[in-house]
Each structure stands twice: as C-alpha cells, then as structure tokens.
Design a binder for this molecule. Structure first.
Ligand SMILES: [Zn+2]
Length: 410
C-alpha cells in the first residue's frame, strides 16, 4: 500500500487509484482540473446538452433529478431549476433510516423549489430480508439504498418517458480520478453494478443458499437496454460542467434555501448524510472494518485538495474521528429484529485481516490506513475544519402535524 503525497488516499482505494512519478494520485491530478478548466465555457456546453430535452408544449417534465434530504440535493435542484431553467420531476427512494432532519430537509426542498416529487417505498419485509442477507454475505446494510436510489430514477425515466436524468458529482471522478471532467462520463449500468452495488446486481442476490425471492428483488432491477433505448434514457453529471465543491455549495444552500446541517461523531463534515441514522454510523464503521479507512478520510482528502486543510491537519481529523463508536445501533437492531450481540458478531466477520487482528478474544487492534504513516507524529494538533451545524438529526417537529403532503411543518 502506497500513500499519495498530497491527499490521504492509498493505492488500496476500492475504486482503484494510481500514483504518478511524483507520488501524486490520479484523484488529486483530476482535481487540479477544477482550477484549470474554463468553467463558464463548460456551463455553456451543459446548456447545449440539455437544450433538446426542454419540453416546449407543457406535456411532460424536462428531466428527472434524484434527491434526498442531504447529499447535494439542494444544490443540484438549484442548478437545474434556478440556473438552467428546467422543470424537473424529483424522485426519491425511501431509505428507511430517515432522520427527522432529513425528512424536514426534503420537505423544505420541494416547497422552496416548488417541484413535483415521486417517492418510492419498497415494502419493509423485503427491505429487511435484503439487509439481513447483504449484511451477512458482504458486510453491507446499505445495498437496498444504493440499489434503490440508483435504479428508481432510471425506472421512472422509462415509465414517464423522460429521457434526461441529471445527477450531481461522479464519485469515481471526484475520489480517484477515474475520468477527466472532459470525458463527460455518463451514467451506466456497468458502473452502478461494479461500484455502487459492490458487484452485486439484484439478480445476483438470489441463490440457493438464501431466503431471498424474486418478489423481494424485482423492484431493484435495472431496466433492460430495449426499454432504455426506446425512450433514449441518458444520465449526465453536473460535476463535469460545474466546479464541484460540496462545502461551498452546502454553505450557499444553508444561506439561500435554509438547508439544515448537523454534527457527527465519526466525521467533521456536518453538511452531508444528515438524513440518515446509519450512513455515518453503522455503515461507516463497516467501511472501516472492510477497507481500513472510513468516510472521514474521504472528507479530509477532499478538503486537502480544495486547499482548506494541510495533509497533517487532515490526518489529525481522521485519527480523531475514525474510531468513534457508532450511535443508534439499538434502533437498527430493533428495526431489523436482531440482537445487538448477533449484529456485533456478524460485523466482526467482515473485519479485513489486512487491517485488523485479535491480540486476545474480543479485542481488536487496528492497522488501517491512518496508522501506517510512521513519519507523521501521533500528536498532530486538531484543526477547526470550518463546518457548522445548524440543527440536529433528531430535530423535533414540535406540536405541529407532519402531514404526508408537506412531510414536515415548514
Ligand atoms: Zn491524492
């Protein structure tokens, strides 16, 4: 495992990453394009790409925009509706681990931007059966969410005959520089399977050794090529045309559209994942077990690339946050119908022996990425990364109705 000299990523990154002769990673090199590209010209290019999709007779939407109560949704809708002047159909997949703050943010989003929205609610028994299966088999509680939020927009494009889907940033580009911005990479079935779904399509979950049935997984099936071609479905990424900077974007949306943020134990970034009780908790700890690093390394590497943290400051933040115990595990166990001891046992099965060993039964020693930089002192001073929390995930609705239509009293 080799470290990038600039950010905190290593050649062990699961999305794949290479170092050049100067020891700088592909993700950092592609990030340099953000300060080199002619962004006004890129914006004109985007305008030209979306132009043919504008519905001129008022009989359909111009595009589909996948949203949630966090994760750049406000900024994406801001660009699509307020800057491109498109009329989007918003779509959202109910991920079940919703925080009150996430429900509030999503309700406020559709009210502020005055958009139509579709919700997909897959029945709870199937979702729980899939979570049990994917947790046991590949240490993931997030498969139904990753699958649902990436396939529901595509299914909706086919059903409503709306060919254009507009996504935010492409994670393969942002994290590891899998593509240049100029490649203008678009959504593909293949990337979704290989990276979003850890190589496991819906049909791959069905096996003789499992209890999952066709009835549990069909909602997560990607439309076939004939259905996609009949409508001409394509998915584009705004990050190829806009200088993507999640911190600055979230701060603009807090000021302009009352997006609400919240603090976490396991990272310093208060802006993303505020809609979920598990992403930055249980899901993030499983990432540390399997891959030897967690989301705070992603956040720190991004801030280093944007020049807001030094490498040492980023590493100090990683070491400070990454071993914080996850919260809300009892809530998850109660929802799934699993004893906490059984969850703990199952999670331990997925500790990667490259990064963890057991000096004695029941205790674990960590040898993950952040421990392997001998040249970096153990007592690095902890910086203020400059993120603010405007609310909490447990936000209280007070004594007002949370109606189905509005979703939150705001
Ligand atoms: Zn790097």
């Amino acid at each position: 495992m080799e470290f990038c000299k600039r950010c905190l990523y290593t050649t062990a990154h699961p999305l794949g990453l290479v170092l050049d002769d100067d020891g700088i990673c592909s993700g950092c090199r592609v990030h340099e394009e953000k300060d080199r590209l002619d962004w006004p010209q890129r914006w004109e290019r985007l305008n030209a790409i979306v132009a043919p999709y504008r519905n001129t007779d008022g009989t359909n939407y111009d595009c589909i925009v996948p949203v949630s109560g966090a994760h750049d949704a406000y900024y994406i809708v801001h660009l699509v509706k307020e800057r491109l002047g498109l009329n989007p159909l918003l779509v959202t997949y109910n991920r079940y681990f919703n925080t009150p703050l996430g429900i509030r943010n999503l309700a406020n989003l559709r009210i502020r931007f005055n958009c139509d929205i579709l919700y997909q609610n897959v029945n709870p028994e199937s979702v729980k059966r899939i979570v049990r299966s994917t947790l046991r088999r590949f240490g993931s509680i997030y498969w139904p969410i990753l699958a649902g939020q990436t396939v529901f927009p595509v299914q909706t494009a086919v059903r409503y005959r709306i060919p254009l889907i507009i996504w935010g940033a492409h994670q393969g580009l942002e994290q590891v520089g899998m593509f240049s911005h100029l490649h203008e990479v678009e959504m593909t079935r293949r990337y979704r399977k290989d990276h979003d779904l850890m190589g496991q399509e819906a049909d791959d979950l069905l096996s003789g050794f499992d209890t999952l049935t066709e009835g549990d997984i069909w909602q997560y099936r990607y439309p076939d090529d004939a259905a996609l071609d009949a409508v001409g479905v394509r998915g584009i990424y705004l990050g190829n045309f806009v200088r993507w900077d999640p911190k600055a974007q979230h701060e603009a949306m807090i000021d302009r559209h009352a997006y609400a943020s919240a603090s976490f134990g396991r990272t310093f970034d208060t802006y993303d994942h505020v809609d979920c009780f598990n992403y930055m908790e249980l899901h993030d700890q499983l990432k540390l077990f399997k891959h030897g690093y967690s989301r705070v390394t992603d956040h720190a590497s991004r801030e280093i690339r944007h020049g807001r943290l030094s490498r040492a400051q980023g590493l100090a933040l990683v070491r400070h946050h990454e071993q914080v115990p996850p919260r809300y595990l009892d809530r998850f166990c109660e929802w799934l119908g699993m004893q906490p001891e059984a969850l703990r046992f199952m999670m331990d099965q997925h500790r990667n022996p490259t990064y963890w060993h057991q000096p004695s039964p029941g205790t674990w020693a960590f040898h993950g990425w952040s421990t392997r930089q001998a040249e970096m002192p153990a007592d690095l001073p902890l910086p203020d990364a400059g993120f603010t929390a405007t609310a909490t995930r447990e936000l209280d609705a007070g004594n007002r109705y949370i109606t189905i239509g509005k979703g939150w009293p705001c």
